[in-house]
Design a protein around this ligand. Sequence first.
Ligand SMILES: [Zn+2]
Ligand SMILES: [Zn+2]
Length: 341
Amino acid sequence: MRAAVMTAYEQPLTIETVPDPACPPDGVVVAVRATGVCRSDWHGWMGHDPSIALPHVPGHELCGVVAEVGSAVRGWEPGARVTVPFCCGCGICEPCRLGETQICERDFQPGFTAWGSFAEYVALPRADLNLVAVPDELGDVEAASLGCRFMTAWAALHVHGQVRAGEWVAVHGCGGVGLAAVMIATAAGARVIAVDIDPAKLERARALGAEHAVAEEPVAAIRELTGGGAHVSIDALGLPVTCTNSIRSLRRRGRHVQVGLLLGDARSVALPMARVIAHELRVFGVHGMAVRHYDGMLRAIASGALRPGELVAKTISLDEVGDELASMGRFAQEGVSVVAL
Ligand SMILES: [Zn+2]
Ligand SMILES: [Zn+2]
């Protein structure tokens, strides 16, 4: 098969012909039709991810068609169009047994712990647990764009934040996952306040349904606009300042969801815990989404209430994926890029 192979960190990926993946007995081989390019791929390419062993094939946001089925698989046949969450479960550990595959103790992450989907084929284990059928209403590129940022934003709002119609939702940081959160919260009937320092991103957020756009002094502005604070607030960027701003912009009993990854020196952030206690705030982390929550999200998309395709900025070929990855360190992304095979 053709694959985009990483043989050294920070060096261009090379398109090579490599052996087709072997099908695991409990898994499948998927013929990749589309695969998203994500900032976590860039981190892997930079050498920030210890789970990657070289040579390596990145890619974790995929949509494809089942090409081969392992002998122990019960629920899938060749020809099924599928996606998977970026964090697949083992099915055996305690979180998996509770249905929380996204925090599996022995997780399988295509494109990190094994070769991923920047290739014509990708092998995926534990197919009966991890595979998700893609409804006909979704195109391949659209389905690939769900697997990481979009489904994390859905989980932040619906699984953790428990957003309800009429509530105020503040979104701190309007990159890919932030804009997905704006779209999802708006579709849920919430009133959205978008926060970013970039006017172009705020413009996008408004177009996707944000009622207010705030560039400066977000805590004071949000408390003023909402008459006391947001019900749900999301740090979609992952900086100490956006994290604490998000918590401080909540009303009493409000829910903060940390979506943006806190990396390097930001791994330990000093939180305003006195306020968390006094106002009974709730603070959640989110690490993707369990397989069992896909259904609600896919129904919302199939009904037309959500349009993840609008967040896809461009479609590229497999030959262009190396340049796309390298450019992520130089430019802020204009939205999600997806490779079509
Ligand atoms: Zn597990
Ligand atoms: Zn991703």
